[in-house]
Design a protein around this ligand. Structure first.
Ligand code: A3D
Length: 317
């Protein structure tokens, strides 16, 4: 049986970590594509030379030619500029639209049966554009944002409560912008509501709420926090880990429930837009979108986030 094949379009900061993680987990053979000559070839050679140390048996190929992505099962797209301090994700729309348009053509021509995971920002608009250009069915074109936003929320909760990150479950919905919706009501440690644990820790309901609100605020601004520290680019380790978990769920038909930027056709009252929602990812890509009732406050936040996504996507030329 042939090995699976993963193509990574964009060999920059995230692309390099994606290649290494895909190899370490032996998800399949890896092709790293970039327009810069030598960059993907150098990164792949570097990672491959660690294979005897780490013990992974996969092939890594760096390329500047789309032909090499032929036969890919999953394609992960990070081509495009990242933010610099002071920039919003939306500021990238013009420059990254042009890049995504060319990437879409390459994928459509050479990997027409692949599942595509987009990471390039502004995420909700770039995944929309890539789907339009490839014309691939919606279940095969998704965006990564919610796995990372949720992981950040989970990390802050675990650090605040002094528990393992493995025992925290929390999720964000909506667009990948400052209006994202971290779901406080469903944040739990092994099913125990985080708010209750905070109330017991501080013996004060108002203080518990204040701490939770600070974690929500930090989650919404977490990408910007990293950008401000790095000064030359944006987060790249965690976005790579997030996309790899989505790719793995598809390649291994794990059917994990992951917050995914999916095309909605009436779910959550949204029609015709890509928005972050919990989805079952398996060998058919998006196999199911899980819906549940939001309370009035959550719905209002979701509406605001969806409105921001709509105005950004509607500005696409
Ligand atoms: P960076 O290190 O600049 O890598 C981008 C790569 O894209 C560079 O190597 C470029 O040469 C390459 N590139 C440019 N044009 C093309 C093209 N036409 N075809 C193929 N490759 C091209 O950036 P990065 O890896 O740090 O970030 C990549 C993208 O991910 C940016 O748009 C970020 O804003 C975005 N990002 C998204 C998240 C999410 O969670 C959604 C998180 C962090 C970054």
């Amino acid at each position: 049986m042939a090995r699976k094949k993963i193509a990574l379009i964009g060999g920059g900061q995230i692309g390099g970590v994606l290649a290494q993680l895909a190899a370490l987990r032996e998800l399949g053979d890896v092709v790293l594509f970039d327009i810069v000559e030598g960059l993907p070839q150098g990164k792949c050679l570097d990672i491959a030379e660690a294979s005897p140390i780490d013990g992974f048996d996969v092939e890594l190929k760096g390329t500047n030619d789309y032909k090499d992505i032929a036969g890919s099962d999953v394609v992960i797209v990070t081509a495009g500029l990242p933010r610099k301090p002071g920039m919003s994700r939306d500021d990238l729309i013009e420059v990254n639209s042009k890049i995504i348009a060319s990437v879409g053509e390459g994928i459509k021509q050479y990997a027409p049966n692949s599942f595509v995971i987009v990471i390039s920002n502004p995420l909700d608009a770039m995944v929309t554009l890539l789907q339009r250009i490839t014309g691939f069915p919606y279940n095969r074109v998704i965006g990564q944002a919610g796995v990372l936003d949720s992981a950040r929320f989970e990390a802050f909760i675990a650090w605040e409560l002094g528990v393992s990150v493995k025992d925290v479950t929390a999720m964000t919905l909506g667009g990948h912008g400052d209006d994202m919706v971290p779901l406080v009501r469903y944040a739990s440690v092994k099913g125990i509501p985080v708010l209750e644990l905070l109330e017991r820790k501080y013996k004060d309901k108002a203080k518990a709420k204040e701490v939770m609100e600070a974690m929500v605020k930090r989650t919404r601004g977490a990408g910007g926090e990293v950008v401000a520290l790095l000064k030359t680019g944006s987060a790249f380790y965690s976005p790579a880990s997030a996309a790899i978990s989505m790719a793995e769920s598809i390649l291994k038909d794990q059917k994990r429930v992951l917050p995914t930027c999916c095309f909605l056709q009436g779910e959550y009252g949204v029609k015709g837009y890509y928005v972050g929602v919990p989805a079952v990812l398996g060998s058919n890509g998006v196999e199911n979108i899980l819906e549940f009732a939001l309370d009035a406050e959550e719905q209002a936040m979701m509406d605001k986030s969806v409105a921001a996504v709509k105005s950004l996507v509607d500005s696409l030329k």
